[in-house]
Design a protein around this ligand. Sequence first.
Ligand code: FAD
Ligand code: AMP
Length: 486
Amino acid sequence: METHDLVVIGAGPGGYVAAIRAAQLGLNVACVEQAPALGGTCLRIGCIPSKVLLESSERFREARLTLAQHGIRVGSVELDLPTLMKRKETVVQTLTKGVEGLFRKNKITRYAGRGRLDGSGRVTVSQSNGALELQAKHVIIATGSRPALLDGVELDGDRIGTSTEALAYPEVPKHLVVIGAGYIGLELGCVWQRLGAKVTVLEFLDRILPGMDDEVAADAQKIFTKQGLQFRLGCRVTAAKRQGDGCVVESEGAPSLECDRVMLAVGRTAHTEGLGLDSIGIQLNEKGRIPVNDRFETSAAGVFAIGDVIGGAMLAHKAEEEGVACAEGIVTGHGHMNYDTIPAVVFTHPEIASVGKTESQLQQEKVEYRKGIFPFLASGRARTLGTTDGKIKVLADAKTDRVLGVHIIGPQAGELIAEAATAMSFGASSEDIARCCHAHPTLAEALKEADLAGHDSGRPAYCDHENAVDRWFAVDPDLQPHGLRR
Ligand code: FAD
Ligand code: AMP
């Protein structure tokens, strides 16, 4: 039996980051992964391959539709789908090999196989030729998630599939039906629409992008519709099945749809099957996720859980932060996580990004706020890029001016949101951001302008000391050591 200080089950962005951080801090670490490559959903069948396809398909769209506006004639533009897919695989392989390299560098033992908890401090790894028994002082469960299923939707791993199949269609569908207008459905729907498919998105709610700011989601729907995506909102899908060479999708109160491919994208479910949670008395919560406290401890001593398998946003960077905080917590007794400043990005064109509270959340919580909006139409840089759709919206506390939420739809929103997330992590006011010098001409100036726009005269009043102190107490109630008192 092999013995380790820490065994991590799952090598996604939660698990591999936790393993590396714990090894850097001096633990003897092993990681169990059932898939042939490291990197988890994110690197193999999630963030990375989808972003490759989004980039390639956007270049194809540009070459067909917008290069001519720049005075560049390219003649006829043809799609070479096998080359496009090969490039995706190369990027994925390079990155998964990179994680292997990091494991070697940090002397992390890798066990290939399916991990299962087998009583306190014991992990069994099932392999094709038998099983290995591991003994561990600490175990981190980082087994991630898989696509949620829908009753009546008969997945066949080919024509009726999930995002995994949609990342590798062998040809451009004539008509793709996407079930669910969350970010995964929209990103991959846009990919295939740009490559030439007719794409119909069916969504149960009366809006797209649940969880994103209402106004930004409404703008996004208008822009995607202009690009050619078709939406049926308020449409509850009840069945999808094969019919002849194609498929048929049925929904409540709407005519059925014939298509040649269906992509089910109605959310993701925590991956806990066969993990042996019963053997250590862990019970799942009502959402099927593993309950943990703020140190990522489960109800079983020495067993921790992070990433998609616990509550909160199912995002790679959230899993990574938890991986670091959990490993540091195990070794040093304290780790750091700020759930109020986790950004979320939809990598469509234009991109959509947000951090902090939406307007409707602030209204529900009865928080008084100020709103500043700056449209990209008025941005010099957006004009030079030729992408002026969208806006930046900054929501700040009406009294303290502390930034509570930033919502962006527009060019490079995914990069721009980093400034907002960083500023919010330091408890910035909208005035703080507005008074920072931003290079010209850049898209980031639009964030500064949105901050300015939130103030009555378009200029903030000079910093009010009392408000600034209030803001800092809201970030960290224990500021006495810094000499600050209310
Ligand atoms: P995972 O990445 O799911 O890793 C878990 C690993 O555990 C897997 O490798 C699995 O094989 C392994 N495993 C499970 N059970 C066992 C077991 N019993 N034994 C051994 N190994 C096991 N997030 C973003 O932040 N940005 C994006 O742009 C983005 N795009 C996405 C696009 C798509 C199409 C999808 C599907 C997801 C996307 N996500 C994105 C979400 C992101 O991939 C997940 O939030 C992230 O991967 C979660 O990390 P994790 O480490 O918790 O789990
Ligand atoms: P997300 O959880 O962000 O991936 O989004 C999944 C989307 O699928 C949500 O907007 C859900 O409202 C939507 N959805 C869930 N069930 C159905 C259904 N039966 N028919 C259509 N859309 C659905």
